[in-house]
Design a protein around this ligand. Structure first.
Ligand SMILES: [Fe+2]
Length: 183
């Protein structure tokens, strides 16, 4: 059996002529979805900054707000590269995650480390959702041969991962032990 046979593709997708437009459409739809999510976060994060007490946590969320604004414009660059209008399509997952965050704020007392812990938990769920999304989209962009787009998505992916790590650090070093004292 041939392992590599020169320039011949190793395998062909049976439905290649049909599959690619569908995959392109899926990719575009997913971009519209995360575009909605990022725009939603730009509005939701200030509420979390308002509700948080730990200066380190406030700073971490403030930094992420700046990054999120940048993520929105990166997506606009991508839409532009693809010759598409930047359209936001409601992301039910992000809406749910941010409702959950607001619920945690409502259910905890102002100025407590317990509320901060809740905000971190909710924020990390958001980060993980974004990491999953950008990870998948980066891969899909590569599959579609959109290497420049993949590079931009990978940049955002790296920042989401960093933001998640930062939240873990704040929880471990700053907030969790204080919350345990409140118990
Ligand atoms: Fe983001």
């Amino acid at each position: 059996m041939d392992i590599e046979s020169g320039s011949e593709p190793k395998f062909k997708t049976k439905t290649s002529t049909k599959a690619e437009p569908a995959l392109n459409e899926l990719f575009l739809d997913s971009l519209r979805d995360i575009y909605w999510a990022e725009n939603h976060l730009v509005k939701a994060l200030p509420k979390m900054i308002q509700a948080a007490s730990s200066p380190k946590l406030v700073q971490a969320i403030e930094n992420h707000l700046d990054q999120t604004i940048e993520h929105v414009s990166r997506l606009e660059v991508i839409f532009d590269m693809l010759g598409e209008k930047a359209i936001a399509k409601k992301c039910d997952a992000m809406e749910g995650l941010s409702k959950e965050a607001e619920g945690i704020v409502e259910g905890t007392d102002e100025g407590t480390a317990t509320r901060d812990v809740g905000i971190i938990l909710a924020s990390q769920k958001v980060e993980h959702y974004e990491i999953a999304t950008y990870g998948g989209l980066t891969q899909l962009a590569k599959t579609l041969g959109l290497d420049d787009v993949a590079d931009i998505l990978a940049q955002t992916l790296a920042e989401e991962k960093k933001a998640d790590e930062l939240l873990t650090e704040v929880a471990e070093n700053e907030v969790n032990y204080k919350a345990a004292e409140e118990a």
